[in-house]
Design a protein around this ligand. Structure first.
Ligand code: ADP
Ligand code: TRP
Length: 332
């Protein structure tokens, strides 16, 4: 069983990304053959500063590795290091109906938010289909907002197969458990686009400052408080054991504890939770050559599989076999 997923390097990862997605990808690497990539080609639809993109890609790789992605188990690579994916995207586009893409909610949402409606943004789901189909992926763990894109992928694969024969493997989506929608510092869903995130690896001072900025109501220190409506308490649940959670809930309900104290408790729990990952990240950041080696090795593994599938696709549609072509004319 091959599991595949991608994550866009559009900014620094935050607690929502970790608990809602990254942690679950990392767990899956233990049981399945896993391919995980940094979706830099997709990020180009919104990130237009090369320096920023380069930095985001590097940060994404460091974060994923620091958080426990094990390159001996899962192949970690940059999407753009596998050029086969762009070629497959074109081949898939030739069988993709406009009406299928016109239905995509994420395109409509992004357009409504003012992101330029470029052809790249519109055809984004076809690149995503190529990402998935290029490696005969069986299972694709994604958040709820991406389920429609997996359905589009299945539609495109079915259409291709109905025209050219059974060439592409139809993937299944695995919906990530987002039941605990991680709240941001304003109490709304944590998201880069709302500017309310708490990043994974700030220094001690900036992290404490960010946590202290979590919005609270004006209940006085001495009054009882409701843990269930408190973003501080919801965030604390991500880090604390059931006993620790119960202990903080008692303090909330008893009164006499200010929100400042609850925030300090949250800060300490989060700081300790990410301590090992923080240390690993520092080590890796000081050794960019190793990180580059990991990404290239991942891309080699991905290309090996991708070239095999693309060969199948090219021959099915009547194009030349790349293998024969390369060996005969283009020795590189
Ligand atoms: P953002 O909203 O910050 O741009 P993305 O859409 O890039 O984040 O998120 C990547 C994945 O991280 C999503 O598919 C989702 O599974 C997960 N995720 C993001 N924010 C949250 C959140 N607040 N709670 C739970 N999961 C989240
Ligand atoms: N579009 C996905 C997102 O924004 C990222 C992504 C790109 C992806 N290609 C993929 C996810 C292939 C799963 C499979 O979250």
């Amino acid at each position: 069983m091959r599991v595949l997923s991608g994550i866009q390097p559009t900014g620094r990862f935050h607690w929502g990304n970790y608990f809602g997605a990254i942690r679950q990808y990392i767990d899956l690497q233990n049981n399945e053959q896993a391919f995980y990539f940094i979706a830099d080609l997709h990020a180009l639809t919104t990130v237009r500063e090369p320096q920023v993109l380069r930095q985001n890609i590097q940060d994404a790789a460091l974060d994923l590795l620091a958080l426990g992605l094990n390159p001996d188990k899962a192949a970690l690579f940059r999407q753009s290091d596998v050029p086969e994916v762009s070629e497959l995207q074109w081949l898939l586009m030739t069988v993709t109906q406009m009406s299928l893409l016109e239905k995509c909610v994420s395109y409509k949402d992004k357009k409504a938010k003012g992101i330029p409606a470029d052809a790249g943004l519109f055809t984004y789901p076809v690149l995503m289909a190529a990402d998935i189909l290029l490696y005969d992926s069986d299972l694709v763990p994604v958040g709820g907002d991406q389920i429609q894109h997996i359905e589009v992928t299945r539609d495109i694969a079915q259409r291709f197969n109905s025209i050219f024969g059974e060439v592409l493997v139809l993937p299944d989506a695995k919906t990530l458990d987002e039941s605990a929608k991680v709240p941001g510092v304003d109490g709304e869903k944590m998201s880069k686009s709302y500017g309310n995130t708490i990043e994974l690896f700030p220094g001690e001072k900036p992290l404490r400052k960010r946590i202290m900025s979590i919005k609270t109501d004006t209940t006085p220190v001495e009054s009882p408080k409701d843990p269930d409506t408190s973003a501080i308490y919801q965030l604390y649940q991500l880090f604390a054991s059931p006993d620790e959670q119960a202990a903080l809930a008692v303090k909330y309900k008893k009164g006499g504890m200010g929100y400042g104290e609850a925030k300090e408790t949250l800060f300490r729990a989060a700081w300790v939770h990410f301590a090992a990952a923080r240390a690993r990240r520092e080590q890796l950041a000081a050794d960019p050559a190793t990180v580059e080696d990991i990404l290239r090795a991942g891309a080699r593994r991905a290309r090996e599989k991708g070239a095999e599938v693309l060969e199948r696709v090219r021959t099915a549609c009547g194009l030349t076999s790349r293998k024969a072509f390369l060996n005969a004319d283009f020795r590189v």
